[in-house]
Design a protein around this ligand. Structure first.
Ligand code: TMP
Length: 224
């Protein structure tokens, strides 16, 4: 065996999809409006004559749906490292079997959540080392980064009001305290500051149509 076995996982490669297609992700706290914006973008990209694959993590595959059930609804404690590995397992399978083939075909993949969610929730939220969590996801996906990541930024108190108004039972992550969600928010903002070329950061309090227009502009530049 070569290498130092005590070294953490390292990810030598990290690159945008680089195929004929595009890989676009939506990120942000629970209640920020990602799903609404992903749907509006999907409609618009279709009007441009491009094939769209709309997907999400966790749960973009049949295997992923089973993992989603565990991470969101398991009763009782899940160790933070186990939680990070479950999200990474979902991601590895999803990217290899669905996202990479779609980008290679020339499709536009529009995805709710990706590796930045792991760095924000398991890294900042659960207080695992952010570099390790990112490296784990990059290993899981053989280094795939999105061409564009839209971060819908919302303060946790406003997000909680939206979730309360939706009147649905909270999942394991949504049920976390406001301090947890405040760390997640800071985690996302710090990721966006590190990679300004990949991220479009939007104030999620703006009107949905205004946000959609900003997203369309960013995507239009990349669609060519
Ligand atoms: P959602 O699909 O309804 O947004 O729920 C997914 C939940 O899982 C959400 O609370 C964020 C969380 N999550 C992580 O903690 N880590 C991850 O890597 C991903 C993709 C999601």
């Amino acid at each position: 065996m070569t290498g130092d076995p005590t070294r953490p996982l390292h990810a030598p490669r990290a690159a945008a999809a680089g195929g004929p297609g595009l890989f676009i992700t939506f990120e942000g706290g629970d209640g920020a409006g990602k799903t609404t914006q992903a749907s509006l973008l999907e409609d618009w990209v279709r009007t441009r004559g491009r094939n769209v694959v709309r997907t999400r993590e966790p749960g973009g595959t049949e295997l992923g749906l089973r993992i989603r059930e565990i991470v969101l609804h398991h009763r009782g404690h899940i160790d933070p490292r186990a939680e990070a590995l479950l999200y990474a397992a979902d991601r590895a399978h999803h990217i290899a079997t669905s996202v990479r083939p779609a980008v290679a075909r020339g499709d536009v993949v529009i995805q709710d959540r990706y590796l930045d969610s792991s760095v924000a929730y398991q890294g900042a939220g659960r207080v695992l080392d952010a570099n390790d969590v990112r490296a784990l996801s990059l290993w899981a996906t053989d280094g795939l980064l999105p061409d564009l990541t839209v971060l819908l930024d919302l303060d946790p108190a406003a997000a909680r009001r939206r979730l309360d108004a939706a009147d649905k039972p909270f999942d394991r992550l949504e049920a976390e305290k406001e301090e947890f969600h405040a760390r997640v928010r800071e985690g996302f903002l710090s990721l966006a500051a590190d990679e300004p070329g990949r991220f479009l950061v939007l104030d999620a309090r703006a009107a949905p149509e205004e946000l959609a227009a900003r997203v369309r502009n960013a995507v239009a530049e990349r669609l060519g």
